[in-house]
Unconditional design. Structure first.
Length: 165
């Protein structure tokens, strides 16, 4: 089988499907190769390490989602509203939410993941800089929006609140 862009995309798609449903620690490169229908050596050819593959998967998904969230943020009038809009959008995809939380937790220990999280802040700052009401404090707002999102993401693991009967 020849190496191609389709092969790399198939690997990324399969990796996302597995990582977002099972978690980073529960998925091996062999699992991903099997799911993608490729040889383990092909994953190594394209991504070198599991860390690089995971970082690529998360970067692709995060940028895709941020591109969709950017227009929603343009309608926000406050940092709190921006946090809420981002959180609501990201909560729509529970698999992606779990992957981002898992990845962010691993960023405490894995320098390559930490660099990727820093790029998220840069991307959010870049988006907010284009919105006049946020441009002066874009970096600060981006940090708070991301911190608020991840802080609120913990709520996704709690069972829904029950209403008193």
């Amino acid at each position: 089988m020849a190496f191609s862009e389709n092969t790399a995309q198939k690997i990324l798609t399969s990796a996302y499907e597995l990582l977002s449903t099972k978690g980073l620690a529960q998925v091996s490169m062999r699992d991903i190769a099997k799911r993608a229908g490729v040889a383990l050596s092909q994953i190594t050819y394209y991504f070198k390490t599991k860390e690089n593959l995971i970082a690529s998967v998360v970067a692709n998904q995060f940028h895709r989602l941020m591109d969709k969230v950017a227009p929603l943020l343009e309608g926000c009038h406050s940092q709190e509203e921006a946090e809420q809009v981002a959180a609501e959008y990201f909560y729509q995809d529970q698999n992606m939410l779990r992957l981002l939380i898992d990845f962010t937790a691993q960023a405490l220990w894995v320098p390559a993941f930490r660099e990727q999280v820093e790029k998220w802040q840069q991307k959010a700052t870049e988006i907010l800089t284009r919105i006049p009401r946020f441009s002066e404090k874009a970096e600060q707002t981006a940090r708070k929006v991301l911190a608020g999102f991840f802080g609120n993401a913990v709520l996704a693991v709690f069972p829904p609140e029950s209403t008193p009967g």
